[in-house]
Design a protein around this ligand. Structure first.
Ligand code: GNR
Ligand code: NI
Length: 167
């Protein structure tokens, strides 16, 4: 099993901006494999390297029904976005809380694969929400940042209460 742990809010390391990946080697492949293992085990549909305290521009996701469509995006950049959607999001760094977040409906992303080859990906709907959520992690942005102060405070209090109860 991977020896990574997922950072939880309010860990200040969740606010670190990730650096570009420049070396595509076996160590990177191992990290990606470990991140998929953690994500599927959690279970979650996406995981950014930032959440496992690795500050590189790397994310994994899989929103398929059967968890058999793994997606790896390295050094992702948004080329285009359009439309709007509201999707109920959760985050492995905020166990037990969920909130509606408004984001673009469709995004076109340029990224590199595990071997460093560039590609362009167009996603829409839930997967687009997930990709935007993960890309936010890479710049230290969190889904609760989109909420009103009132709603954020309420949800964070709820999370703290659950934490105390399970402690
Ligand atoms: O598991 C997760 N679910 C989710 C639901 C809606 C939108 C985004 C996500 S990502 C999240 C896992 C996570 O914290 N990724 O950073
Ligand atoms: Ni998250």
């Amino acid at each position: 099993m991977a020896k990574l742990t997922i950072l939880e809010y309010p860990d200040p390391r969740l606010r670190i901006t990730a650096q570009p990946v420049t070396v595509f080697n076996a160590e990177l492949k191992r990290l990606v494999a470990d991140m998929f293992e953690m994500m599927y085990a959690a279970p979650g549909v996406g995981l950014a390297a930032t959440q496992v305290d690795v500050h590189k521009q790397l994310l994994v996701a899989d929103m398929s029904e059967d968890s058999n469509q793994p997606l790896v995006l390295i050094n992702p950049r948004i080329l285009e976005k359009d439309g709007d959607q509201v999707f109920q999001e959760g985050c492995l760094s905020f166990p037990g809380i969920y909130a509606d977040v408004e984001r673009a409906l469709r995004v076109k992303v340029a990224a590199q694969d595990i071997d460093g080859n560039g590609f362009v990906l167009e996603v829409k709907g839930p997967l687009a929400a997930c990709v935007q959520h993960e890309m936010d992690h890479l710049v230290g942005k969190l889904f609760v940042d989109y909420l009103s102060a009132l709603k954020r405070t309420l949800l964070l209090k709820r999370m703290e209460k659950k934490r105390r109860q399970s402690a």
